[in-house]
Design a protein around this ligand. Structure first.
Ligand SMILES: Cc1cc2nc3c(=O)[nH]c(=O)nc-3n(C[C@H](O)[C@H](O)[C@H](O)COP(=O)(O)OP(=O)(O)OC[C@H]3O[C@@H](n4cnc5c(N)ncnc54)[C@H](O)[C@@H]3O)c2cc1C
Ligand code: SF4
Length: 338
């Protein structure tokens, strides 16, 4: 592991300024730069693997008192970026009114990791593409822009079938982000130029020609929290994976429905494990609105969600699996007691 400077944040503005000032590389994620340190459960791994090489870590845990609160504020749910995954998953208000959030967190990683890992770090985690994580492979456009992509013709069983480009087919690995997408969350950002709020759906960037740029965050930008409007008791997170614990999604679906007298008034649908970014499925939402959600409609919706999917040598199975997971999540959400 390379040497790095360690510094504890004193306040958000100073932390943002230190981070911005230290970012010297063209690629803010991998070149000589500063990184915020939250739970450290994935950043430290990537540093040990020599995939990320920050020269300075700014530990943001001292900001916990202001950035870890979780609770209802008027009609909105507010989730602090430094709240631990385990605490949020165990919160009874969230289990009752936002089950899609509680389940997306409970089904992620392991109990030990969830005790340490934060919500902000979770949404910022990087792909588990094995070629990205192994620096003995030179050809990874995300880690080494312009070098090619070892996964295209390599072992690509876990890779994406939606939102891919000719430069990168890496899957976005997290679970919680899909719940945020399905609930139309916004994300609060503190930067050296001040604070702003954007739609969470606009945080991550599809790989396109620049897979090394994964989010719209500029050096120095810190996520302080997330806001969700309204309550969504009729919401579900379903995850299919190779084993029932401690494993990333091969396919997942986050569904939030508003149903009155059997008719869908509003529908929000996001897919995970199958796309390069947390993936919203607006075509599915349009199909469902104003309809009675039965099994036949759920099947049609699942077909629509993967109409543009593109499989490769080893990951074509994700298209059928993704359809089944989504259809089941829709049926489950439609029939749950609220
Ligand atoms: C074996 C294993 C299995 C896992 N399985 C799953 C799984 O099934 N599902 C799942 O969703 N996740 C899974 N994870 C990932 C895990 O959830 C993440 O490691 C964790 O959520 C990261 O949170 P952290 O606070 O530890 O982040 P850190 O490691 O501290 O940071 C991660 C990244 O986010 C940046 N960052 C942190 N906080 C902020 C902030 N507030 N603003 C801006 N940038 C920030 C850091 O600079 C760093 O680049 C797994 C991890 C491991 C090691
Ligand atoms: S899929 Fe993306 S992350 Fe994986 S090797 Fe190709 S360019 Fe790198």
């Amino acid at each position: 592991m390379r040497p790095f400077a360690y510094q504890r944040a004193t306040d958000p503005a100073a932390a943002a300024q230190t981070l911005a000032a230290a970012a010297t590389g063209n690629d803010p994620l991998t070149e000589a730069s500063a990184q915020p340190l939250a739970g450290g459960t994935t950043l430290i791994d990537l540093m040990k693997l020599d995939v990320m090489r920050p020269v300075r870590l700014v530990d943001i845990n001292p900001l916990t008192s202001s950035w870890s609160a979780v609770g209802l504020d008027g009609g909105n749910l507010r989730l602090g970026a430094l709240a631990r995954m385990a605490d949020v998953a165990a919160n009874s208000e969230i289990q009752r009114n936002y089950p899609v959030i509680a389940d997306s967190l409970k089904l992620a990683a392991s109990p030990q990791l969830r005790n340490m890992a934060t919500l902000g770090g979770n949404v910022m985690q990087r792909t588990r593409c094995s070629y990205f994580r192994d620096v003995s492979y030179d050809n990874c456009n995300k880690r080494n822009p312009g070098s090619g992509c070892a996964a295209m013709d390599g072992f690509n069983r876990t890779h994406a079938v939606l939102g891919t480009s000719e430069q990168c087919i890496a899957t976005y690995p997290g679970d919680f982000a899909q719940a945020l997408i399905a609930l139309d969350a916004s994300v609060d950002i503190t930067g050296s130029a001040g604070a702003r709020q954007i739609a969470f759906a606009n945080l991550h960037k599809a790989p396109g020609a620049t897979p090394q740029i994964e989010t719209i965050l500029a050096p120095g930008d810190l996520i302080s929290g997330f806001t969700i409007t309204g309550r969504w008791p009729r919401s579900v997170y379903l995850k299919a994976r190779d084993r029932q614990s401690y494993e990333f999604a091969l396919s997942s679906a986050a569904v939030a429905l508003d149903i009155l007298d059997g008719i869908v008034r509003d529908a929000r649908v996001a897919l995970g494990g199958v796309a390069t970014v947390p993936w919203r499925a607006p075509e599915v939402e349009a199909l469902l609105r104003g309809q009675r959600l039965d099994d036949a409609l759920a099947q049609r919706a699942a077909e629509a969600a993967f109409a543009d999917a593109r499989g490769r040598k080893h990951n074509g199975f994700k298209i059928g699996l993704g359809r089944r997971v989504l259809a089941r999540a829709l049926n489950q959400a439609a029939t749950m007691e609220v």
